[in-house]
Design a binder for this molecule. Sequence first.
Ligand code: FES
Ligand code: FES
Length: 133
Amino acid sequence: MAYSDKVLEHFKHPKNVGTLDKSKNNVGTGLVGAPECGDVMRLQIEVDEQSGKIKDAKFKTFGCGSAIASSSLATEWLKGKSIDEALNIDNMDIVEELALPPVKIHCSVLAEDAIKSAIKDYKTKNNLVEAES
Ligand code: FES
Ligand code: FES
């Protein structure tokens, strides 16, 4: 199967690989796995307390090229967004941007799940979660 140019570009030169300090209150960490293939993705956001915008995002992905490209793209998109804007990132936007084929759609779902999971962690740490009914 051939990867698209954009996938290859992110795969060869992934943006924002790394780790943020989990002990900081303004850092949210998401860790998710894909049942389809066992790949694992960790994505972190750091929120600027003044503006409420995401000022940094990092990831580590143990997975296929599409999963790495999806998380690289996701971290690029996250920077500068508010939490609400970040929640609106849809995996199909990633599919479109990277021209992922159908068998690789779950790789982009992993990225969306990782974003949501990181935001949830951030909200929990900062008591921003509405009580679940
Ligand atoms: Fe092989 Fe995802 S299935 S890395
Ligand atoms: Fe499973 Fe890409 S994340 S093949």
